[in-house]
Design a protein. Sequence first.
Length: 507
Amino acid sequence: MATNTAGTAPAPTPEQLQSVRGTLLSPRRLKTEVLGGLVVALALIPEAIAFSIIAGVDPRIGLFASFTMAVTISFVGGRPAMISAATGAVALVTAPLVKSHGLDYLVAAVILAGIFQIILGLSGVAKLMRFIPRSVMVGFVNALAILIFLSQVPELIGVPWLVYPLTALGLLIVFGLPRLTRAVPAPLVAIVVLTLITALAAVAVPTVGDKGALPDSLPSVLVPGVPITLETLQVIFPFALAMAFVGLLESLMTAKLVDDITDTRSSKTREAWGQGVANVVTGFFGGMGGCAMIGQTMINVKASGARTRISTFLAGVFLLILVVALGDIVSLIPMAALVAVMIFVSVATFDWHSIRPATLKALPRSETLVMVATVTVVVATHNLAIGVGVGVLVAMVLFARRVAHFVTVVRTVTGADGGRTATYRVEGELFFASSNDLYTQFEYALDPERVVIDLHASHLWDASTVATLDAITEKYRRHGKSVEIIGLNDPSVLMRERLAGKLGTGH
């Protein structure tokens, strides 16, 4: 074991940095968590109000949802330091329901979505994350960075000219201060400095208060006033299911990203059902539901350096204190300060290495195409779930095409004129794409009466391959020739015995 010659305590490992107990015993680390939670809370306020407007509900609904989501997930979530709150993706899904049936049906849908997420989490849906390729993950991150930036553009259009120098000053602070000191999060300094400037100089610029009225009371338990009937279930079911899947996908993708940033592992299964519990709790407090927030999570983890559940918990607590007890002060924060913070988050989130010419030249074209497809669809639809789904689909198609060409067939003919045998050695994975090409690799008319197909170096993956082998055998039979298939491994033998002769030749 290595010794510390300087006599000081060794630096904590990434896993130790996630310890709540260890952080509570370390004033320096605790300060980081507290300040991180405060910065996130400040950044959450305008976001929650904006998402409430998108969903068509009162701003209090989004703010209370952000409070209950953050506090609940800090206890039940599987990824420490990740921030969950009301999100734009959930707002977009539920907006039509609010418009057609009102708030009570939204609350019922949020509770049902939470139940779906608990069921999906306990049934192992998080394991599907391993099927998301790295190129889709990179596209997800880059698209998210672009969306964060684009979401700030409206705050810079049609505003007083003083907004621009204030934003520039905010950017100078968030990008420059870390080069001098990291004792205090640069985003918090930017927010405080710009707020003091605008307040003391009485500068008329857009503020948080202009986004909507802040609540002046605590959230209370609410049971949705909807009839418990099959008709109600038919109304809320599709919205709840869509909310559950969108929320889980964004949360699990964000958790994976934070794992990479912090060099630690998290429980995706716990995170999945934890999101469900958080949404159920949020629903019973009249919230609009939500999921993990990549922008606020990056503020917490990357900009502030937080690593534990403490920051997530405090983000929710500070949010409630700020909007209820200190609403008059919070309403004075200029939007320029928050725009600067979010632009910083956008730049920090984007994977710049992925678009360097050297990287693009080294990567296979298919990988680049998957990344571009993911980014394009996400930016076009403003829906991360759709973009990731398209990216995975494109990756699957390109992978299938690539693997299909890895199958090789080598033909040899042995024996004298009267007893010749044509042997075909097949190497590669046989599935629907490669097996279709396999059918054309045989010399049906030219081969002798005995044909051997050697599959020692192959594996049958699906019914399409069994049907192809049936078609090959049938075509040789029509030519008056016999076929022997050898070398099948045990799973392939079982599949062929179960399906052979029952699928039709198809050729």
